[in-house]
Structure formats: C-alpha cells, structure tokens
Design a protein around this ligand. Sequence first.
Ligand code: IVH
Length: 705
Amino acid sequence: MTVTSIEKLTREAAAAELADLQARIEAANSAYHTLDAPDISDADYDALKRRLASIEAHFPDLKSTDSPSDKVGGAVADGFGKISHEQRMMSLGNAFEDEDVTDFVRGIRKYLNLTDSAPLVFTAEPKIDGLSLSLRYEDGVLVYAATRGDGEVGENVTANARTIADIPQALENAPKILEVRGEVYMSHADFAALNAQQDARGDKRFANPRNAAAGSLRQLDAKITAARPLRFFAYSWGVLSEPLGETQAASIARLAELGFQTNPLTQTCDSSEEMLAHYHRIEEQRASLGYDIDGVVYKVDDLGYQHRLGFRSTTPRWAIAHKFPAELAWTRLEKIEIQVGRTGALSPVARLTPVTVGGVVVSNATLHNEDYISGRDSRGEVIREGKDIREGDWVQVYRAGDVIPKINDVDLTKRPDTARPFAFPEHCPECGSDAIREEGDAVRRCSGGMICPAQATEKLRHFVSRAAFDIEGLGARQVEAFYKDGWVREPVDIFLLEQRYGAGGLQQLRKREGWGDKSAENLFAAIREKRRIPLAKLIFALGIRHVGEAGASLLANHYQSWVAFEQAMTGALIGEGAEWLDLLTIDGVGETFATSLVSAFHQEAERASIDRLVALLDVVDAEARATDSPVAGLTVVFTGTLEKMTRAEAKARAESLGAKVAGSVSKKTDILIAGPGAGSKATKAADLGIKVLDEDGWLKLLEGA
Ligand code: IVH
C-alpha cells in the first residue's frame, strides 16, 4: 500500500481514501464478528483506523456521519448500533393465581373510582414466549427495528427485521409516524428443523425456540437471519402521530388491517370471570398452538382509561401477564453449594442431575436459606410437611418462566441411608469471616464486606450488568478476571484502568488472554463513554441492598441530582429528622429500603468508595420533571376525601405534571388540597400559612396542563 503524506493529499484523493478506509474497516469488523475469523491482523486494523482518523483531522468536513471513528471500536465492540426508544418499552407485572387477577381488576376499579357495576372491558391474549421488537414506520416506510434492550435503549436490528416475512416493509394509509411493537418468535416445527440442521452441521443446538429466535435475530449478518424462519405478532405500539383507535381491540384490529399478524386468540372480556375462562381456554390449546406461550396478557380495553392508569416505573398499571403454572420434574440433588452474593448473603444452591423441565435443561435450583432447607418458611412455618432437603435426595424441581428453578418436594422413599441433614456453614466459605444471622432475618450473611472476594466480585458484576453501567466488552467474566489479577478491586478502578494500564499498559492488557490492541482500545473507549451516566443507573449500580432498578428510579426522580441525593443520604439519620421523613414521603419507599440505603451511606468504607467513584463520573440529572405546568416544582399534599378521582390517580397526575407529592404538611409544602373530612393537616397548613385548595380549585389550577 502506498501512503501519500497527508500534507500532499488533495481533497478529492482524501475523500476517495476515506471511503475506501471506511469500507475496509467495516469489512474487517464484519469478518471479526460474524465469521469469528479476523481477516487482517490487529496491527493492520489499527493502522487503517489511525490513517482514517488523521485524514479526518485534516479534512473535518469530509468526515462521514457514520465514520467508524465515532463508534466505540466500530462494529467490533458494539455489534449493533444503539437506538433510544422515544417511548420506553415496558415489561409487564405478573399474576400467578386467579386471585391475583381479581385483585388486579379490583385495583383498577378502585384507581379509576368505578363502582362494581360500571362497565370495564379487558382484552385477553396469549403471552408469546419470544423477544420483543419495536418497528418504526415513517410515512408508511419501515425506518428501523430495535430490540427492547434495557427498555430505554435497544439494538438496531433493522437489516435483520427486514428479512422477516411477517414484517411489512411498507404500509398503506398508515399514520405518519407509527411504532408497532410485538414479539418475534419461532414455531415449534421451524425450531425442530433448525436444530436438525445444526446437528447435521455439527453446530450447537438451541435450548428452546425463544433462544433460537433471539440468536437468529441478533445475527450480525442479515443473510443468516434471512435463512432462519422467524415470525412476528403485533400486540402493542409506541409513538404514534395519530391514534389507531379508541380501544386496545380496535387499535390491534387496525394493525391487522395494515398488514400485521395479530393473535387470533385475542378476545375482549367484561369481567374477571370471563378473563379467567379465556385464560383456561388458551391454556387448553397451549400444546397444539405450534409456538410457545407462557401465559395470558390482560389489558384494559379503553385507551382513555389506559392513559389515566399510566405506568409504574417499568410496568403499565393497565396490563398484567397471567403466567401458566410452573412445570415440574424429578431428579437427584447431587450437592448443596453455598454462594456468597453481593450483599454478603450466603445462598444455598442445589446442584442437580440435569433434567428437562418444560423444554429447558435445569441443573441448578435455589434453596433460599437454611430454614428452607430444614423445612420451614421465613416465618418459621412448616413447609413440605416438614421434610428437610439433603444431598443425595430425589427432589421435585419446578420452574415458572424465567424464574430460577426451585425445589418443590422431596421423595423420602428414595432417600439414601447415608444422607445426613445439611449443616449450614457459620463461616463464609469464601473468606472465612463469621457468617452472621441477625434476629428476624432468614439469611446468614458474611461479615467480611469488601475484603470478601465473593462480595467484591459480585458487586463488580452487578456494577457492570446491563441495567447498571453496561460497559461494552466488560462483562461479568472480564471483571472477575480483572479482580483476580488485582486490576479492579472496586468500581472506581474500572475508570482508572486506562490511566493505569493504557499506553504502556495496553501491552499488558494485550498479553492477557483474549485481548488484542483493537479490543483493548475498544474497551477503554467504552469505559470512557460510560463516565456519563444517568442518576438512576448510578444509584442502581451501587448495589445497595433492597435498592433495585425501580427503587433507584424513584430516588432519582425524587432527588433529581447526585448532589441533592448524596446530601440527603449523608444528612439522614435512621428513623428521625427531616431527611429521613422526606425519604419516606416517596411513594414506594418503605422503612426497610430507607434503612438499608441510609446505612450504606453511613458506612465509612462504602461511602469512601462511592465518593472515589463519583469523582470520576459525569452524572446526568434525572430528566427534569415537566416544567411547563402550573404546578411544576411545587410540593403538594392531599388530605380528606377526593370526589372526582382517587388519591392514587390524583397523585400520579400531579407527579406527571412535575409536582412532588408529600405525605405530610411541613414548611416545604406549597399547596394542601383538602377534601371533605380534612383534619389536622388542614389545621397545620393554616398555622403555617400554606395555600389550601379544594379539589375543584386544584383541578382548575391544572386546567390546560
Ligand atoms: S404487552 C406496555 N402483550 O412480555 C405493555 N407483551 O413480560 C407491553 N409479551 O416485554 C407489553 N406477549 O416482550 C404484551 N401479548 C403480549 C405479549 C407481550 C409477549 C412480552 C413482551 C414484554 C414481556 C413482558
């Protein structure tokens, strides 16, 4: 290759060379990924990228908008481009028992303030066991297809989606902007044929149709996807420039008219009895449908009601998935092992002789805690008729959906004579520290904190997990390896990797198994990219006990910025004071959650580790609440009886308009909305000179918002 020095390069020659370089880099990326067979050396690849970057630096206006230099290592690190969902892709809450369904319906009536006799219609349809996909059409043309990802950002799988026959490329008479959501799946027959083909080629079989569908959709080479028979059912939508209908059923009918496959077993029901009857009808047909379903989804039919009901942090209030009962199988429990989790919990795990349960091979099951093994639940009540679980036992395993398999029963007639009651360890099997069980806690915990390698690695694994920092190229396996070598002991070390091991360290990193120049450089770029992190993700990533994704997002919405959050946590005292009370005003935050959170910020080592980390980050404040509403930023309190809507709805509405809803009146309260029967809160508000409105006055204030 003759290389012209940049200074001598004409504009035309530069443009041509850039196009050539870009094509070669993309070809190399694709060879590296899809064929798992890089066709050029790391050094040559790096040279191409350097040349590209230097030409771009000299001719900035020639730089292409999709230049490989803007991608984290191009397709190599990334695989697929990312797409932010304009409207979040939600998941569904679960119901397991009939009673959960009647509770769901009752809760909705209560929220909407409907009497038992007021009409309330639901749709009921199969829950397809595949993977969800969002299709965006603009002016009737498919512009992209994105996977769910973490609900906010998914992967761009447009080229692959275009190969699916059920997905129209163009629509007639469609809204200007239309996002269709649904499930990609594979039929049983196609799955069997695919596995037969895998066998014939000596390739690995897929465990079930869902894995096969996911593996097929996430191929970097669309030709492979095209050869895999995927299907698509439409059941929902995202952004729309105009409504599809007034009801769920009418909207789905419109999608069918537009050319989408919709599920023929969808039906409207006007009572929980009808919903349950349809659930059982679908359950009876399950085995003969020809594709996997794992339950029935109920949705409120009236879209006006759906709108009023709105969403919790990750699930709609207006829909629920009623799962089919778990599947069962018997097998031998070979060994009980203890795993130490991120919060130090000693979790017993059953290692089983592998057995197929509902199409999936199961070889591990959770045993919860020592009481569970000995035949008692967390309240000390007898379970499994008091039968304990021992190594060597013949046990019944059950699994429901994605839930970790559990042990349901023990067959004592098959218990070997040699089986002994399981002695639960009183020391951490990983670091030897005392494993302590506090009163009232079912779980025994290692007291070693971050000196315990198991806790430290689990914390790191959680930190890099998908819902947390999600660093491309730094998964659980890599972070564990870094921990073992002492490169990463706590989260902040990840962000110091480049400084400590970059440049000269790059060679060190390269020497490690599985790392080349390219992947090392990609890793550093991916880490750099994640220095900027949304507040909710950061809070979740800290791995504080009880603080899950939903809790983290409640906290982020309440405190808005890291500074405000940290100040409140540091200032809070457990059980007293303004910060503590303010924390508890958050709907969904209880005492256990609050105690765990505040104590984490009061543990010196933990606190210092958080500070070291945050100093290197650029934390993005929670999305500002609506600011153009008349109540944005105000703190309001509801008291007494509301007549036009329930308390829950009033609260959700106020919050969606940017107000903070508190449970008690204080100096910080801006407005008290007092219905009939208001008591001490109204008196207190009057004493403090706080504005008081009745329900009508409040609704008037919101008018037009
Ligand atoms: S509705 C806002 N309907 O189940 C509501 N979801 O467990 C969006 N799923 O992420 C979901 N069949 O991938 C809906 N008939 C159906 C479904 C369905 C399967 C999946 C979907 C969702 C997951 C939640």
